[in-house]
Design a protein around this ligand. Sequence first.
Ligand code: 0RA
Length: 631
Amino acid sequence: MDEYNASSIKVLKDLEGVRKRPAMYIGDTGERGLHHLVFEVVDNSIDEAMAGHCDRIDIMIKEDNSVTVYDNGRGIPIDEHSEEKKAAVEVVMTTLHAGGKFDSKSYRVSGGLHGVGVSVVNALSRWMEVEIARDGYLWKQRYERGKPVSSLKKGESRKNTGTKTSFYPDEKIFPEIQFSYEILASRLRELAFLNKGLRIKLNHIPANKTAIFCYNGGIKEFIEYLDKNKNPIHKHPIYIYKEIDDCVIEAAMQFNDSYSENIFSYANTINTIEGGTHLSGFKAAITRAINQYAKDHKLIKDNEPKLMGNDIREGLTAVISVNIPQPQFEGQTKTKLGDRRIEGLVASVVGEGISQYLEEHPPEANKITKKSQEAAHARMAAKRARDLTRRKNALDSSNLPGKLADCSSSNPEDTELFIVEGDSAGGSAKQGRDRTFQAVLPLRGKILNVEKSRLNKILKNEIIRTLISSIGVGIGEEDFNYKNLRYKKIIIMTDADVDGAHIRTLLLTYFFRYARELITRGNLFIAQPPLYRIMNGKTHKYIYSEKEKEKLLKKWEDASVKIQRYKGLGEMNPNQLWETTMDPEDRVLRQVTVDDAIEADRLFDILMGSEVEPRKEFILENAVFVQNLDV
Ligand code: 0RA
């Protein structure tokens, strides 16, 4: 067999494989996988921008849910590929992992979250079209379900260069093909922050929304965006940028008067949720630089202990972003940077940058140091108090709270904890549940906003203490231990109204700040009680959304239907609560994710901050960090 035929057969086989097992390439075929298609195509344009050949990318979602991504880069090469006897662009569009083949100095990421290649998007699209302006002409090719349906055609003459890729997600693969403006905007905004000066335009026609993201300040503006609802203790973020060897290291940070730490790390524009060597180098540099400054300027006495990293990072918002050739990703979700040499490189670049900033800005340097010292004192006072009262014991699960109605199984692999708002709903839940594996914890009273307090105060709050001992994993960096988790699923069950949303958010804030592992490992859920019960003669149906209600009313148009609206969980009797919300066979749970930790964090600020309007809007629109899931 000649080489041409051999490679054609391989292409068809690969294509078949992608369509047979799409999840292996894009994670899933739900909302996340669908959006992944867009990001995969955009990533190719981002690569072109990172190589310095493109400064604008336009993304359009059309009325029919087809997508167009345009960039003004050099255009995908169109010349005939010597081995395969077809245009280079066709090879790129139809061959698995052919992406960075033409460019050895590419920052292309292979494996991991992105970088599966545009051929995967092609294989999963009903059709795809590529238009290239290059070498004086416009060139066009069309594919259907990954196979070319025409050769590359030369069109009218063109002076400029660029690439336009359009596709329509295959409905045979994706059950839903509607794109979310929010999901697209949030990642595109992030990409614009990470690529200083790059202009990214999003036009979502079905949603009737357009945005242009372009930040000449790069991640420095990212910090300002993240901290929009906070009070910084110095006016301008500290900003560090350095190209060294074949790497680019960029960091920005600002201290605010809150108690929480927000560091976002990126490698080649991938959000490294699990951190890695760039993050540890960054943290080490901050701790070292501030201690050195404090020592040199006699702000810490010789007999006093050094400031700890945690103390220094209280109220810190920071972004560390590195671009390196061939990054190695590790960890459960392949979002942990593994390259050892980056640790020292980042530590020295960032250390030098911070030290220089501190020397050049004495008033700011003093404020930052003083803030760290206060945090250290608070931490030591809290530790003394804790040791004295042996609070640790009171908080572990050998001391279960009286309010908790535990289940009989003690195997954390199949147990569930329902956290329920109010005593009356708590009563119904206790009666309605399957007590072999379902535990119920009714909460009454005000839940503390953990965003506004330090750990020692949080530990004094009765509701928080009840939560901690029921769940079993402890709290804070020293005490938290995932192994002690007492329930596989933790389910927040609140009323479907604004008060319920508020309580839910306070609880989410607590989990996000002090037990984030429960979110990242997928243990946290939100129950979905029905909004209505619609009766039609002898039959009835529970309804969970307005859309569903409209559909059913249309279907039952002529019948004499009766609609009962549920305002709270308390209006359902125990049996109804079981049937609609607690029975694993029929219920709908939403899994809480921190996929978009950035937006989540900003939203927590909005929700808990003093501005009422954005808060209302958010509660009504409902969280982006909650993903629909049927369990
Ligand atoms: C490799 C080489 C060259 C361009 C590209 C890749 C390229 C790929 C994509 C994908 C989307 N937009 C793109 N823009 C450019 C050009 C090499 C040359 O001109 O010498």
